[in-house]
Design a protein around this ligand. Structure first.
Ligand SMILES: [Cu+2]
Length: 197
């Protein structure tokens, strides 16, 4: 996919070069539209015919396996090293979040019909849960430390607890500002502004 994006940029650069060489008023606007359309084609999901895009979100953390697994339980964290559990608790206590535990991007635009594809690139389980309003997750201890508040209703309904390397896909079926959060680490959030075509 990265190759295709680079190819699209190369095509656009070539178009801009042509535009400059010819210096006609219509060329720049044609060149300006070349990149989005080329990028759209290269980013289309397999088999999609509607032009809908898959928008990648990374679910990140920096858990330290030895300390997390010792304190919370075996299998909690698959990473060999990182932020140890006491450092994690201290950071969430002080800042209401642990910065390495985040969704990237935290904010993005999309079009109706696109899909968000969230991939767990950390060492702990996360969720990518669409919520009406941000709030607490399913772990009271973390809700309290982060000040996220009570558990939001959507987290009680969540069934896709995404293990490291796993994904969750959400089809953007309404316009407006859609909110996604982790039901374990409630400060992990992404806001998607969904526009109609
Ligand atoms: Cu999480």
């Amino acid at each position: 996919m990265r190759f295709h994006i680079h190819a699209a940029i190369a095509v656009t650069a070539a178009a801009l070069t042509v535009a400059c060489a010819n210096d006609t008023p219509t060329r720049p606007s044609q060149a300006a539209t070349a990149f989005p359309s080329a990028a759209s084609r290269s980013l289309q999901s397999n088999g999609a015919s509607s032009g809908a895009l898959e928008r990648a979100v990374s679910m990140m953390d920096a858990c330290d396996g030895p300390s997390f697994n010792l304190i919370i339980g075996p299998g909690t964290c698959s990473r060999p090293h990182g932020v140890n559990f006491s450092e994690f608790v201290a950071e969430v206590t002080a800042h209401h979040e642990a910065g390495a535990w985040h969704f990237g991007p935290s904010q993005t635009d999309a079009f109706l019909g696109d899909s968000m594809v969230a991939t767990n690139r950390g060492g702990e389980v996360h969720t990518f849960t669409r919520v009406a309003a941000f709030g607490g997750g399913l772990v009271p201890f973390l809700n309290d430390l982060s000040g996220a508040g009570g558990t939001v209703p959507e987290c009680f309904q969540e069934t896709n607890f995404v293990a490291p390397g796993g994904t969750d896909t959400d089809s953007l079926n309404k316009v407006g500002e859609l909110k996604f959060q982790c039901c374990i680490h409630p400060w992990m959030r992404t806001t998607v502004l969904v526009k109609s075509h």
